[in-house]
Each structure stands twice: as C-alpha cells, then as structure tokens.
Design a protein around this ligand. Structure first.
Ligand SMILES: NC(=O)c1ccc[n+]([C@@H]2O[C@H](COP(=O)([O-])OP(=O)(O)OC[C@H]3O[C@@H](n4cnc5c(N)ncnc54)[C@H](O)[C@@H]3O)[C@@H](O)[C@H]2O)c1
Length: 508
C-alpha cells in the first residue's frame, strides 16, 4: 500500500505523530534523521558543522532511497527533506506524503526547549524560524495533503492523518486493514466472487491487475438473490476450485456480494479468509466495515448471519465511476447519516449537492468510513454505542419493506432520518430546526424526504415492531440531537413517531 511520509516544519510533531500512527496501523516507524545519524556516526548538528548542509542533504537523499527495500512504514522526514526534486519524486512515487503544519507561535513554543538540536534554527528562534518558513512557504504550500496540528491532541492529529491517507487497522473483532486505494494494490487470492453487473465493468481489469488468471464465480445481482441458494452456489464454487482452509476469496461487489461472500467464507471449512473490494458507495462506507455477514430468508432481511470480518477491505473510489446514479445517491444517505452521528464537517460536505460530492468523493469516503470504524472499534458486537448507526434505520427499514423494495435502501433511510429527526424535535431532545437542516442536505442530494403518500402508516408501524423483535412494545431509537451527536432513546408509542410526523408535514 506504500509508505506514509510525514513532512513539515520542525516542531509539528512528525516523530511523535509518526510513532503513534505506526502503532495504530501496526507498521514499522522510521525517523529519517535518526537513520542519517546512524549512517554518519554523528549527530545532525555535528554533520552540519563538520561537513556542511550539502553533505547532510546528500546523506538525506541516500537514506530516503534506501527505503525502497523496506516494507511499508511510517516515515518522519526532516523539515527540508523534500526540497530536492528527486527526493520528492521518490517519496510521492513510493507512498503518500502528508504535510503537518502549524502556526508560527505553536512551533516556537514547541521548539524553544531544544532549538540547539536543530542547527538551522540556532540563535534568535522567532527570527530564524519565520525566515525559514517564508523561504519554504511555496514549497510547503505545494503539498496537497495537509493536516494542521495547532489545537489538537496527538490522538486527534493521528486520527486526522489516518482519514487523510485512508488507512486503518481494526482489531476489536479479528485483525484487519481498511485501505482507501487502488485495486492494483490487491494481494493474490484464490477466487473472485462478483455479480453480473460488476463483472461486466470490472472483472477482467481486476484479474489483470492481480497478475494471473484468478478463477471467478459470477452470481445474479440484487437483494432477491441474497439467499441460501446463492450461498450454496458459492460453497460449491469454493469446492470446485479446490479451496482449502488456507485459501482466500475476494468479494468484488456491493453489500449483497460482501454479505454473501463473507457468510460463505465464514462457514466453509469452519472459516476461510476473504477480502472485501466494495464497489458501491454504500458498501465502501458501511456494509464492508464491521464484520457482519449474512443472507435473507423469505421471512425477513439478514435473518441468518455471522460475524466474520474480512482480512482486508480495499476501497477504490475509481470503481464507483460505473455505479448507476441512483445507487450513488442511495449510498450518500449513509454518508449523511455518519455526518449527523459524529462529523459535522462531513455533513457540511454533503449539503453542497451531488456535483460537489462527485468532485470530492474520495475525501467523503475517507471521512464517512472513519466514523463507522471508530464506532465499531469501540463496540464491535453492538452492545452499546454501535446502536447509534441505526439512525434512520428503524423507520427506514420499515418504509423500505412496505414500499415492496421500490425504494432503494438509502432512499428509505433518508426518509427514516427525517421522520426520526422530527420526532426528536417534538419530544424536545433535538435542537429546533435540525430536521430542516437535514432535509436540505438530503434534498440537495436528490434523496426523498417524506414517506411516500401511498404507503399505509399502520403497516409501517407493524413492520417496525417485527423488524426489531416480534411484537416489540418498546423500541430503542438512535435519535439526532444536533449535527454530530445522537442519543439512544426508548420509545413505546410508535404510532406517534410515524403518524404525527405526517400531520406536521401537512401543516407546514
Ligand atoms: N454487513 C453489513 O454490515 C451491512 C451494512 C449495510 C448494508 N448491508 C447490506 O448491503 C446490501 C445493500 O448493498 P448495496 O447497496 O451495495 O447493494 P448491491 O450489492 O445490491 O448493489 C447495488 C447494485 O449496483 C450494482 N453495482 C455494484 N457495484 C457496481 C459498480 N461499481 N458499477 C456498476 N454497478 C454496480 C449491483 O450489481 C447491484 O445491482 C443489503 O443487502 C444490506 O443488507 C450490510
């Protein structure tokens, strides 16, 4: 997946951030200045004094190029390490460069203690530093991926770097990596499972990038086929292709393919490895994360399943270029949901309409994924906070069912979020105006914001009770309080949630 280079002026905390980032991602950490000191057999101030800056820069280039043989690492660079074009080209071609940046005052405060260790800053620190920053201003500004470090704790900065690079390591339910990257980075595998639509657009290309003719099984597309029959077809394909307990299958597709393949993998020979390559927005930001697998019974969705996370989730935003517009919009409902639950900035990014979303889709995927990852790491088996992810889903699932699946999942969730937000406002736990704010955002994305007039409310209420628990009298809702925060609330008067929200609609 490439190295992660942390770059920027002295005092931005590249080594501390780097060490913590490496720890989170289970990667080795390399501090390039320490490598140079070991090679030179003296400290950097000594190198500068005895051999001069040019010689130091030569050592820096040599140390950087030696990284080509290292396995993927987090690397903290010196503050001028990428001034040479060849160094910069090397770093950008072998990984991702994230620039850490801070205000002058922050840097001065942090550097005061050890400015003697930094030869380019010896003397009047403020004067030296501001002139160095002015000299390098254009250079630093030319790096597209920037994380500011002024106000945040180390943990917060590391989290933002992880979002920026789209890399996570999950460990609450099995150990696995989640990476936003390109399918060219896929490791080898023994079988690809996909559906007919995805196969048409992407199967051959992916086989070529893996480098050998990996066998594949193509199943029918759509929720109608997320059933035991398709699971049996997959088990048989695993057997026919000689898969054993050490084999790995790739699930190339949306949430349906991920759920089916994950379940078949979890049960075949008591569990084999699988890799998720999500191809819908919904599966990138939601379905591929969290380890839930399964299939539907005629009696209801996802009634049979297991927890069996993939060994790797590789989300390549390029795969979305072939996704029908309606599917993309539907996925955006889950993104908005993640914004409402925990990320006001993400919510803001969604409110600017589909054109802006498409222009910034990679950044949106990275932020939305991060919200779910934080929650499932804290509560993998849904005993507490994971229930927050149900925002919009209690009403939404029922609306989806009663519509006879005419509404796409995300469309139904959009309606569900509005109904639940209105209720939260009525009972006084949400800020006044919250529903309008959410409605504007969803409308800008072309998503529906009210229950279709032809759907009977009694059926929606009945479906809500059955969805959660047969004839449940009390249901726990995740209700929005403000953008960025939800609360779990037990509700017994389900008619009130759905019916009153309709009369509000009529009045307004
Ligand atoms: N496991 C979980 O935690 C979890 C969470 C949320 C949803 N889900 C499940 O996910 C499923 C919904 O997922 P979905 O919305 O991705 O649906 P999906 O897998 O049915 O995909 C939607 C449609 O898009 C097509 N498609 C997919 N990728 C494409 C591409 N790149 N180009 C062209 N066409 C493409 C598919 O063939 C299909 O017709 C549901 O079954 C739901 O229960 C699971």
């Amino acid at each position: 997946m490439g190295h992660i280079f942390l770059y920027g002026p002295s005092g931005t905390g590249k080594s501390t951030i780097g060490r913590n980032l490496a720890n989170n991602l289970r990667l080795p950490f390399i501090d390039l200045d320490r490598v140079i000191e070991t090679t030179a057999g003296m400290s950097i101030p000594q190198v500068m004094e005895e051999k001069g800056e040019q010689a130091f820069r030569d050592l820096e280039t040599a140390a950087l190029k030696a990284l080509i043989n290292e396995r993927n690492s987090v690397i903290a660079l010196g503050g001028g390490a990428l001034l040479r074009n060849e160094n910069r080209a090397f770093a950008e071609n072998s990984g991702t460069v994230v620039l850490l940046m801070a205000e002058l005052d922050t840097l001065i405060e942090r550097l005061r203690a050890d400015s003697n260790e930094r030869p380019l800053l010896a003397g009047d620190l403020r004067e030296k530093l501001s002139s160095l920053l002015a000299k390098r201003r254009e250079h630093y500004l030319s790096f597209p991926q920037v994380v500011r470090v002024d106000r945040d704790t180390v943990e917060q900065v590391v989290y933002r770097v992880q979002i920026e690079v789209g890399r996570h390591h999950l460990s609450a339910m099995g150990e696995y990596d989640v990476v936003v990257g390109q399918v060219g980075q896929l490791p080898n595998a023994d079988l690809i499972v996909t559906d007919e639509n995805v196969a048409r657009h992407h199967l051959e290309g992916i086989k070529q990038t893996i480098g050998r003719d990996v066998p594949s099984i193509v199943v029918h597309a759509g929720e109608d086929h997320k059933n035991l029959n398709t699971v049996s077809i997959l088990w048989e394909a695993f057997l026919d292709n000689g898969l054993d307990r050490r084999s790995t299958v790739i699930a190339l597709g949306g949430g349906v393919i991920g759920d089916l393949t994950g379940f078949a993998a979890s049960t075949y020979m008591r569990g084999i490895d699988w890799i998720a390559v999500p191809t819908t927005l919904l599966s990138m930001v939601d379905a591929s994360l969290g380890g839930k697998t399964g299939f539907d019974l005629p009696e209801g969705k996802n009634l049979i399943g297991s927890f069996h996370p993939p060994k790797l989730v590789l989300a390549d935003p390029g795969l979305l270029l072939t996704l029908p517009e309606r599917e993309l919009r539907s996925g955006m409902a889950e993104v908005v949901k993640h914004g409402i639950i925990a990320d006001p900035e993400l919510f803001g990014m969604c409110s600017r309409g589909m054109d802006r979303v498409k222009a910034n889709i990679e950044g949106i995927i990275k932020r939305a994924m991060a919200v779910k990852i934080r929650i499932i790491e804290e509560d993998p088996y849904e005993r507490g906070v994971r229930a927050a992810l149900n925002l919009g889903h209690t009403v939404g699932h029922a609306v989806e069912l009663v519509s006879g699946f005419e509404l796409r999942h995300g469309e139904a969730i959009a309606v569900g979020m509005i109904v639940e937000a209105k209720y939260a406002e009525r009972i006084g736990i949400a800020e006044p105006g919250l529903t309008d704010e959410i409605r504007k955002s969803l409308s800008a994305l072309g998503l529906p914001v009210e229950i279709p007039k032809d759907l009977p409310y009694e059926e929606i209420v009945r479906a809500m009770r059955v969805d959660k628990k047969k004839n449940a009298q009390v249901i726990r809702f995740a209700l929005p309080v403000e953008i960025g925060r939800v609360e779990l609330v037990e509700v017994s008067d389900l008619e009130d949630i759905v019916a009153r929200s309709d009369s509000d609609e009529t009045i307004s």
